[in-house]
Design a protein around this ligand. Structure first.
Ligand code: ATP
Length: 364
């Protein structure tokens, strides 16, 4: 019997519902209607406003027990805790810690037909993956920072050997499976830190260097975060896999996304040893929510990552083929400018982009 997969599906806030609906349509078109069960669950900032609960128990249990998680977006700027931080972020932060989703994988790839703001780069010229440590770093102390007498504040940066070893291994394993940097074909892991200033980052670098001893077929390279912001603009083709602490990974992911078309096209997968969650790298974009103008591409491409993760985990060739088919269909739609979303300079609505990808899939 053919295996079916249960996908815990949380549409969430802002543009979340539109882009999730698009992704479900595209994934069903590619896999057939009988392979993936998208089970809807509540969660996020609007849900918190209604119920006081950002991540309901049954949603958490579904994310833990089902085969994978598909998420739209969480967060609304006016739904905050008394300390001023946004409630919506807790939805994802609790899942990251609870399900131990330690690797936040952010592919940065320039697709044919998409104009990069960097002159001289076109389709295929930028193709690297940021592996952001997702459970430690500066964000580990969220909710536990201290504000004293309204005069000073602390948050703590956490780096452990075990946490750094596993994210480094993840990065080297990924580099082994890829085809190297566009510039020279070299499999390379760049460790991005601020080792010249803080001990915690020097430790992160040292542990990555230790792990590299088991991966001497992959080149290791180092860059300070400030220099990295320059390199990702000047020579993005040099990069293959970049491993970074949580905060730094967050920042360079947005920078990288901007070089390949913006947040509307940047996917992400948050992956642990047994669980994984997939969502676009963007937030809930409340300014454009409910107008059918958001780009669904980031979420659709995150869905492609989900199919590959499930396909590898369960050795299910159907899913890997469906992933390849969606990649190809999306590539055709953009390269031939059949439906280009507004953030990429086109006129197509969220549903028109979705229709065009489904048609390209059906025609393949
Ligand atoms: P977060 O902090 O949750 O990442 P944010 O408020 O920093 O969220 P986003 O919600 O990602 O930022 O969006 C910033 C802006 O980028 C939006 O206001 C919107 O104009 C644009 N944007 C984001 N995602 C998309 C998308 N999928 N399609 C089109 N435009 C988008």
């Amino acid at each position: 019997m053919m295996r079916k997969y249960q996908i815990a599906t949380i549409a969430g806030d802002g543009i979340g519902p539109e882009v999730t609906q698009s992704t479900i349509r595209v994934l069903r078109e590619a896999c057939g209607s009988n392979v993936l069960d998208f089970e809807p669950f509540e969660g996020g900032a609007a849900h918190y406003r209604k119920t006081g609960d950002v991540l309901p128990k049954d949603t958490y249990a579904a994310c833990r027990d089902m085969d994978a998680v598909l998420h739209g977006a969480a967060g609304l700027p006016d739904v905050t805790y008394p300390d001023g931080t946004e409630v919506g972020n807790d939805f994802i932060l609790r899942l990251r810690v609870g399900l131990d989703l330690y690797a936040n994988v952010r592919p940065i790839k320039l697709l044919p037909g998409v104009a990069s703001p960097l002159r001289g780069f076109d389709g295929g010229g930028i193709d690297y993956v940021i592996v952001r440590e997702n459970t430690e770093g500066l964000y580990a102390s969220r909710g536990a920072g201290i504000v004293l007498r309204d005069e000073l504040a602390f948050d703590t940066l956490l780096v452990t050997r075990a946490g750094t070893e596993r994210i480094a291994r993840f990065a080297f394993e990924l580099a082994r499976k890829r085809h190297g940097a566009p510039r020279d074909g070299q499999a390379r892991v760049t460790v991005c830190d601020k080792a010249n200033i803080l001990r915690s980052y020097a430790f992160f670098r040292a542990v990555c260097t230790d792990v590299h001893r088991q991966y001497i077929d992959v080149a290791i390279d180092y860059a300070y975060i400030d220099a990295m912001t320059v390199y990702l603009v000047k020579r993005p083709d040099f990069y293959d896999v970049i491993v970074a602490e949580n905060l730094f990974g967050d920042i360079i992911s947005d920078l990288g996304g901007a070089t390949v078309g913006g947040m509307g096209i940047a996917p992400s997968g948050e992956i642990g040893d047994t669980h994984a969650l997939f969502q676009g790298a963007h937030g809930s974009a409340p300014d454009i929510a409910g107008q059918d103008v958001a780009s669904p591409l980031a979420t659709i491409l995150s869905g492609v990552m989900m199919l590959r993760w499930l396909g590898d985990r369960h050795e299910d060739e159907r899913l890997r083929q469906a992933a390849d088919a969606i990649d190809a269909a999306t590539g055709r739609v953009l390269a031939e400018r059949r439906a280009v979303p507004r953030d990429l300079g086109g006129q197509a609505s969220c549903s028109e982009v979705t229709d065009a990808i489904c048609q390209a899939l059906a025609a393949a």
